[in-house]
Design a protein around this ligand. Structure first.
Ligand code: SME
Length: 162
């Protein structure tokens, strides 16, 4: 099977609606966590502008461990509650950070990153990981991104069998 990433059109909310449809079709019928997170990271990284990193951290033994992503090699383990990712995991709330240098405890994996959004992945009453996007542009992410990426995270979580 080949998958074409079709050009997104319309306003940004409409673009996220189209991206969600593409994600649903890309992940349809597959429950493997690595396969689906790898493909979703690639879809997001290539579909959305101004990103330098897009990918997953998964909960393992009370900390976050890097999963499939697109971008430069990243920090492998992040303590629960640390950095933007650890804060999203510990609070269960999406973190939108306009200026990563102003975020206490931000973990700089790629020096190019200036803003970041991290969406927790809730499954079966627990946070099983996070979806993390970084941008070289300050203030890259807003409420449209939050709503859109929470929708994409939901598409991923719905495919999980365990
Ligand atoms: N900046 C993140 C670490 C992960 S990288 O951005 C890929 C943080 O503070 O949690």
């Amino acid at each position: 099977m080949s998958f074409d990433i079709t050009e997104l059109s319309g306003d940004r909310s409409e673009q996220y609606r189209q991206l969600r449809e593409q994600a649903e079709s890309l992940l349809a019928g597959e429950t493997d966590r690595v396969a689906n997170s790898a493909n979703l990271a690639a879809l997001i990284f290539h579909a959305l502008p101004d990103l330098n990193w897009a990918g997953f951290y998964f909960t393992r033994g009370g900390e976050l461990v890097v999963g499939p992503f697109q971008g430069k090699p990243a920090c492998v383990r992040i303590a629960w509650g640390r950095g933007v990712c650890g804060t999203a995991a510990a609070t269960g709330e999406t973190q939108v950070v306009a200026d990563v240098h102003a975020f206490p405890g931000h973990i700089a994996c790629d020096a190019d990153s200036r803003s970041e959004i991290v969406v927790p992945l809730r499954h079966g009453g627990a946070v099983v990981g996070v979806l993390d996007l970084d941008s070289p542009k300050p203030g890259r992410f807003d409420e449209v991104d939050r709503a859109g990426l929470e929708g994409l995270a939901a598409v991923f979580v719905e495919t999980l069998s365990d």
